[in-house]
Design a protein around this ligand. Sequence first.
Ligand code: PGA
Length: 236
Amino acid sequence: MKFVVGNFKSNKTRTEYESWIDIFEQYSAGFPPDVIRVVLCPSSPSLMFVSNRLLDRQKHPSTYVGIQDISPYPAGAYTGAVSNRNVDGFHVHYAIVGHSERRSHFHETNSDVANKVREAITAQITPIVCVTASTVLSQANAIDAEYRNKVIVAFEPIEHIGTGETDTMDHILEVKKAVVSSFGAVHYLYGGSVDTHTDTNLLRHPEIDGFLVGSATLDASQFVELIQRIGPHSHF
Ligand code: PGA
């Protein structure tokens, strides 16, 4: 099964999400759950709306909701933070944590990310931990051993995010080895300029469990086309 995680970042208005889902749902009933798992990660204010639109499992058998970040603290006096308790009832199954944009613009450390992993897992939310080649080991070590192999890891080389050029297959597979030896046998995703032009050898490589997608998420038709390229054609 391949994950296709769509990260909308802080881009869309509520009305734009509405139009996006209008297009997406014309296709999503046809994404086979044993082949594809789509995870849509809207910004928090649109979480309720997006989650409600995806409730019908007949229409959306393969699509789940994720959040783009989660508070490293439990519920309480942390103004502005979105805790695991805040998202209870919104059918959130996944949380992206430690994205490089959070690390650079919001100064998040490996230890913050480790706390987010704990907060997610204690609420039965699977964290998608973003790492670079140089932070795989330090990030794994910062996470409690009991949680370390319960995460999904996304290798996201900063120099390939939003640049239009993916990393090489050799490097992606080399980093996978480091991920497996430091985290354990976790699902391994790649992120960085994945779009409809990405080589299908990468999109369908059996060693890569899926993709974290930024820019190519924003246009619903493009995102659907990407999903169709990732899944074996016979399935659509
Ligand atoms: P991109 O972003 O697909 O636009 O390169 C990926 C990411 O930031 O996760």
